[in-house]
Design a binder for this molecule. Structure first.
Ligand code: NAD
Length: 439
């Protein structure tokens, strides 16, 4: 099939590469010239395991190409996907500026029937706005359908998730569009049974409900962790105890320093706004967000309990910057909140991340210029001479470090484990002062 994807970020590029991998002719459109330069030169502007080879392979075979020309890319496409960002607006609602601008550009370029798909995460009712925007921009009388096909991939495992999804949700009220979408997803053989068709509003809501549920599990567990801390219980034992209940399960009940990333924070906020717009108080969602904001500060509070609230002259090593392992995405990363919290109290920070330091520079540059933050060459350089080490992102390389070497390197053997990766007893036996979350 001929496919056009507008917005070549984490979602658009993975989607484009994976559909090309299945033999479709895919044109990816973006309006960021720097991103297009990298892609056209055979590079991949984001870190996503397996993506670079897949992009290169499909560019070489001519199935995948990149452009900034919406009109040329839309002409002749059977499916046009909108995968641009929907960042939070000032009031927390999803900002649809890019989605609707793209919808108008598609309308102006349509020359024949096409299925226009919103892959971006958009509030319930957006498909109606997209349809109006396309309709209003048409230059000739061509039929089209608007379909909702939200994306559920996880950064860090995006290619694998796209190729083997738990489900593919398609919201449509058109038989013709349903046929096209079935054909599009058919080559993903294992997807066949996993294609779930539903109404458009239900599909739009499914994406928000899924992310809100996952964020709720995290905030719930962080709340239990905070209680455990005050009650002298170890939340890790509690986690294993409840996860073994098949109704609860083990996933997304890991206590930590709060959720980040480009999706959970903005999608919970947007759903709260959607609720407000229909005069509904989303009590649970408000609490999920409030707990998360507090949780991002929790490790700084524990550090202050240990060192006092004047951290001038103190240095800290931070392992991990991205909001989770497997990605270079720094959007809403809890590590940033911790670094900002520590430096605001006078501390100096040495930070290391195996892939996100380039991205992190954008946020940390002012602190780097002020001399409060230095990006270290490797993980042990970030621990050299520090008063404490903070684990902020549980990358594999941080899971089993050489603790004896660490102890020799650090000015004091103190570890704040924001991801409960280490065994407290074993560390204490090795002479470390250990602080985790909820234990
Ligand atoms: P992103 O910021 O990585 O990518 C968006 C891309 O769109 C950028 O490359 C940008 O240059 C481009 N763009 C913006 N306006 C444009 C325009 N007018 N014309 C052409 N290109 C334009 O965003 P993302 O993380 O890929 O997310 C995209 C959407 O998918 C969002 O709605 C997000 O909520 C949703 N989503 C993201 C993930 C994820 O893990 N990142 C997962 C599921 C759903």
């Amino acid at each position: 099939m001929n496919l056009t994807i507008i917005g070549t970020g984490y979602v658009g590029l993975v989607t484009g590469a994976c559909f090309a991998e299945r033999g479709n002719r895919v044109t990816c459109v973006d309006n960021d010239p720097a991103k297009l330069d990298v892609l056209r030169a055979g590079g991949v502007p984001i870190y996503e395991p397996g993506l670079d080879h897949m992009v290169a392979r499909n560019v070489d075979s001519g199935l995948l190409q990149f452009t900034d020309d919406v009109a040329a890319a839309v002409d002749g496409a059977q499916v046009v996907m909108i995968a641009v960002g929907t960042p939070p607006g000032e009031d927390g609602s999803a900002d649809l500026t890019a989605v609707l601008a793209v919808a108008r550009a598609i309308g102006a370029a349509l020359t024949g029937y096409a299925v226009i798909v919103t892959k971006s995460t958009v509030p319930v009712g957006t498909a109606d706005q997209v349809r109006e925007a396309v309709q209003g921009a048409l230059t000739r009388d061509v039929p089209f359908d608007v379909v909702s096909n939200p994306e559920f991939l996880k950064e860090g495992a995006a290619v694998e998730d796209f190729m083997r999804p738990d489900r593919v949700v398609v919201g449509t009220d058109s038989e013709r569009a349903r046929d096209v979408m079935s054909e599009l997803y058919e080559p993903f053989s294992h997807v066949r049974e996993k294609l779930i068709f539903m109404g458009i509003r239900e599909s739009e809501m499914t994406k928000y409900a899924a992310n809100a549920m996952l964020a709720t599990k995290i905030s719930f567990m962080n709340e239990i962790a905070n209680l455990c801390e005050r009650l002298g219980a170890d939340v890790e034992a509690v986690r294993r105890g409840i996860g073994s209940d098949s109704r609860i399960g083990y996933s997304f009940i890991y206590p930590g320093i709060g959720y980040g990333g480009s999706c959970f924070p903005k999608d919970v906020k947007a759903l709260v706004r959607t609720a407000k717009s229909v005069d509904f108080d989303a009590h649970v969602l408000n609490a999920v967000e409030a707990r998360n904001e507090l949780q991002k500060q929790r490790l700084v509070e524990r550090i202050v309990e240990h060192f006092g609230d004047d951290l001038s002259g103190k240095t800290f090593g931070v392992w991990g910057l991205s909001f989770k392992p497997g990605t270079d995405d720094m959007r809403e990363a809890p590590a940033l909140v911790i670094i900002q919290g520590l430096t605001a109290l006078g501390a100096t920070v040495y930070a290391y991340d195996p892939v996100a330091m380039g991205e992190a520079k954008r946020d940390l540059q002012p602190l780097m210029d002020a001399g409060s933050v230095t990006l270290a060459e490797h993980q042990y350089a970030a621990a050299k001479g520090v008063d404490a080490l903070i684990l902020a992102t549980e990358w594999n390389i941080f899971r089993q470090p050489d603790f004896d070497a660490l102890k020799r390197l650090m000015a004091a053997p103190v570890i704040f484990d924001g991801r409960n990766q280490y065994n407290p007893e074993r560390l204490r036996r090795r002479g470390f002062h250990y602080v985790g979350i909820g234990r």
